[in-house]
Design a protein around this ligand. Sequence first.
Ligand code: NAD
Length: 282
Amino acid sequence: MGQILDGKALADFKAVKLKLTVEKLRKQGTRPCFCVINIGEDPSSKIYLKTKKRRAAEIGIGQKVYQLKADVSQVELLALIAKLNRDDKVDGIMIQLPVPEQINLNEALEQIDPAKDVDCLTPSNVGRLWRGDHFVEPATAHGILALLDHYRINLRGKNVVIIGRSSIVGKPLAALMLERDATVSILHLQTSNLFEYTKRADIIVSAAGQAKLVTAAMIKPGAVIIDVGINRLDKQVVGDVDFASVAPKASYITPVPGGIGPLTVESLMEQVVKLARRKDGR
Ligand code: NAD
C-alpha cells in the first residue's frame, strides 16, 4: 500500500506558521488583504469561497468578496478591477472561475495589476513563470510542490505526466516542474493513448475532473500519484484516481478529500502574504 501524502496535515501545519507571519506583519502595520470577484451563482464556487473565507479568517488575512450578478457586463467588471488596482489596501485580486459566457476572461485578467495577481494569470506573470523569475505561483501548483518537498520526493530527472492542460493547474505546474529538472508530458482530451505515457511515469498528476480516469493498469509499480480532481460520484467527493485499485501499486498517493484541496487554499493565502510583503518591501 502506498504511503498517504497527507495534504490536510501539511496545510494545517503551514497555516500555523503563516498565522505567526501575519501577526508579525500586522504589528508592523501591514494587514494582507485580498479580493475575490465572483460572478453569478455557481454552486461549486460558493463552496470554494466559503473555504477560502474560513482559512483567511483563521490566518488573520483580510478577504472581501465582490459578488456580481450573472449578467454583469464586461465594462462593469473592468471598472471593478480598475478600482481594486487603485486601492492601496488591496494586495491580491482574483476572479473566481468559472465566469459567464458574456465575460471575456482573458481581457479581464489582462487588466489586473500583475503585482496583485494572486492567481498568477496575467500575461506578464505567466511569462515570468515560464522564464523562471516569477514572484507569485498559482496556488494548486505551489501546493503540489510543497507536498512533494515535504515528503522529500525529488523531481530531478523524473518522468512526470500531468493529465489536464488548464491555465490554473496543468500548464503552470508543468512550468514549475521543468524548473525542477523533471521531464514533463502534458496529456489532455485529444491525447490518443494515455496509457502509453502514464505507464512510464515516475509521477502522475491528474487534473482532468473525471472520476476513475486513472486505474491500476495505467501506472507502473511504485509511481507517485497526485490526484487534483474533485468529482461527485454517488453523492461522494472523489478524485480522478481509482484510489482502491491504484493505492496498493503506488509508492505515494494523495487522498481526495484531504490531499491537494486543503493545500491549494493554504497556498493561496501564502501568495497573498507574499504579495503584501513585496508591496511593502518586506
Ligand atoms: P479544466 O476543465 O479547465 O481542464 C481539464 C483538463 O483535463 C483539460 O485540459 C482536458 O483536456 C483534460 N481532460 C479531461 N478529461 C480528460 C481525459 N479523459 N483524458 C485526458 N485529459 C482529460 O479543469 P481544471 O480547472 O484544470 O480542473 C481539473 C480538475 O481539478 C477538476 O476536477 C477541478 O475541480 C479540480 N481542481 C482541484 C483543485 C484542488 O485544489 N484540488 C484546484 C483546481 C482544480
